[in-house]
Design a protein around this ligand. Sequence first.
Ligand code: SF4
Length: 270
Amino acid sequence: MPTQSISTFTSVYGPVKSWRYGTSLGIDPIGSVSTCSFNCVYCQLGEIQIRTNQRQIFVPTEQIICDLQPFAPWDVDVITLSGNGEPTLALNLGEIIAQIKQITHKPVLVLTNGTLLIDPRVRTALSLADRVSVKVDAVFPEQLRRINRPIVEFNWQQVWQGIQQFRQDYKGEIGIQTMLLTSWDERSKQRYIELMRSLQPDEIQLNTPTRAKPLTHQLEARGNHTNADSLPYPVQILKQVSSDILQTFAEEIYDSTKILVRCAPHLVNS
Ligand code: SF4
């Protein structure tokens, strides 16, 4: 089993540029061993090292607050919790969000794959964030298994139910992030539109893989890499859809739902 190498690990990284959220300081509550309930085929971290739904404290809150200090006065648009896996697996998630906000007075964003939203304790912790971006790459169970490759404990219906419950409770801004590796057929597109119409997120972000996938786990892949040629480790270039396909789908979603849809602005590997 991979082990944590705390000596080389720092829980704060960046700032990185996000096409949606501006300049962002990254917070990693997971640690040096990638840990997630998904193992997405396009994951920028490479193959996930530990696949689990077990929540625990990976990085003590005091360590994160200590790692945050050298970045003062935190001249960024947002502070983002994501890092080396699924941030809602961190049992100290709520405490981390509350302390970051108290110290930095910056908005806090959490990027989540949504699998743990079925747990009311996770929803309560996430309610402290100003923005939450939830991954929805699949509208059918088979698609979830193929793209996100969840651990066996999760099925599509249960994940969607958790997302719906979170939407009902949450007072902050909720975005849905959807990654397209290929053009979707009409049935999948209509199903997605129906789901978004019922969910009513504040916005939808359509994306396609602009980051190459490392062949082995790379902690530094937490940051902002877009040019595969300049990476110091071997990578797999992933399939992308064209900006025309993204844009056309975005217009279809908007026309049917009136929900704001943003598309990833550039495609580096096409
Ligand atoms: S949910 Fe995120 S961290 Fe987890 S495997 Fe997918 S892309 Fe990687």
